[in-house]
Design a protein around this ligand. Structure first.
Ligand code: AMP
Ligand code: TRP
Length: 336
């Protein structure tokens, strides 16, 4: 890859905790595949294993889930010749940048991060410090690549705002080093809701497995989960997230997968019942996931996985290392 031809950089990261679900896929991963094709743009898709460590992980599990996620990146169609696919801990600059940015972060702004408040459940006495400073590590991820655009789900908007604030503060205090990143939040599918609890977003940490469909669910599991998906007591297929969160969520899922607009789908389903919607959706989801699952099985235990990781890490180290050196120099640290 020749650097001079790129004008823009895209960066995004996903934590290797459990298998990706439809929310991760439709809200984030699926769009990555389009972004890798963007003109004059170099993309970096990272597996953020250091972020995963902010909550207690079983080491063996973390190891496996990291490889699972890289295999998932490849299975959904990310191509190591088009995008840089790598693991965060393979690029030491991330940890170093996080410290340098910590020194310009403020307690007040960090205390306002809603994800920390949610995850620590208000018990600041026992909550991990890593969980608290997690958004600074994330800011470093983004800023090290002089990223112009960051595709994420809506829940990450506040963290991105922090990354922008830190970049502006650093540029003001130490010299113009960072590109100010913009969030890229897809309107349709930015928030896929839980199948059993459509008022809340689909989440890997949900209590019931009927909340989510993972990318590796069998056709039987997909059928079972969608059949059980919560709808409402009317029988009209209409997009109305406030009053009909379940049905609206199913329409959103179908829309993002098939590329049909919501209003096209509403028209298509006119006069039909929820049974018809679920039946069609089961087919749409199963057919869409089948080739992804086949490719996943092919590569999960292949050399291709490690080849991809080495290639991605080499390029990531090059770009991130350059920015880190600029940061250190600007802050007055001696370089040999
Ligand atoms: P996480 O697994 O929470 O680290 O999320 C990984 C990526 O998927 C992030 O970009 C999230 O914003 C996105 N994401 C997670 N859950 C959902 C959801 N239910 N709907 C849409 N996007 C989601
Ligand atoms: N915090 C993000 C999440 O939980 C993951 C993440 C880490 C990320 N570093 C990033 C996303 C950089 C975008 C850019 O979903």
């Amino acid at each position: 890859m020749k650097e001079c031809i790129y004008l823009n950089r895209i960066f995004s990261g996903i934590q290797p905790t459990r298998v990706a679900h439809l929310g991760n896929y439709l809200g984030a991963l699926k769009h990555f595949v389009d972004y890798q094709e963007a003109e004059n743009t170099e993309s970096f898709f990272c597996v953020v294993d250091l972020h995963a460590l902010t909550v207690r992980q079983d080491p063996k599990e973390l190891h496996e889930r990291t490889l699972d996620l890289i295999a998932t990146y490849l299975a959904i169609g990310l191509d190591p010749n088009k995008a840089n696919l790598f693991v965060q801990s393979h690029v030491p600059a991330h940890s170093e940048a996080a410290w340098l940015l910590t020194t310009i972060s403020r307690m007040g702004e960090m205390s306002r991060m809603t994800q920390f408040k949610d995850k620590s459940k208000g018990s600041s006495e026992t909550a991990g410090v890593g969980l608290f400073s997690y958004p600074i590590l994330m800011a470093g991820d983004i800023l090290l690549y002089q990223t112009s655009q960051v595709p994420v789900g809506e829940d990450q908007k506040q963290h991105l705002e922090l990354a922008r604030d830190l970049a502006e503060r650093f540029n003001r205090d130490y010299g113009d080093i960072f590109t100010i990143p913009e969030p890229m939040i897809n309107k349709v599918g930015a928030r896929i809701m839980g199948l059993d609890q459509p008022e809340k977003k689909m989440s890997k940490s949900a209590e019931s497995e009927f909340n989510y469909i993972t990318l590796l669910d069998t056709p039987k599991q997909i059928e079972k989960k969608l059949k059980r998906a919560v709808t409402d007591s009317e029988n009209e297929i209409r997009f109305d997230p406030e009053n009909k969160p379940g049905v609206s969520n199913l329409l959103t899922i179908e829309s993002v997968i098939t590329g049909q607009s919501i209003s096209e789908l509403e028209q298509h389903y006119q006069g039909m019942g929820y049974g018809a919607l679920k039946k069609e959706l089961i087919e749409v989801v199963t057919d869409h996931l089948r080739p992804i699952q086949e490719r996943y099985q092919e590569i999960r235990y292949s050399d291709e996985l490690f080849h991809t990781l080495r290639k991605g890490a080499a390029r990531a180290n090059e770009v991130a290392g350059e920015t880190l050196a600029k940061m250190k120099k600007a802050m007055g640290l001696i370089q040999l």
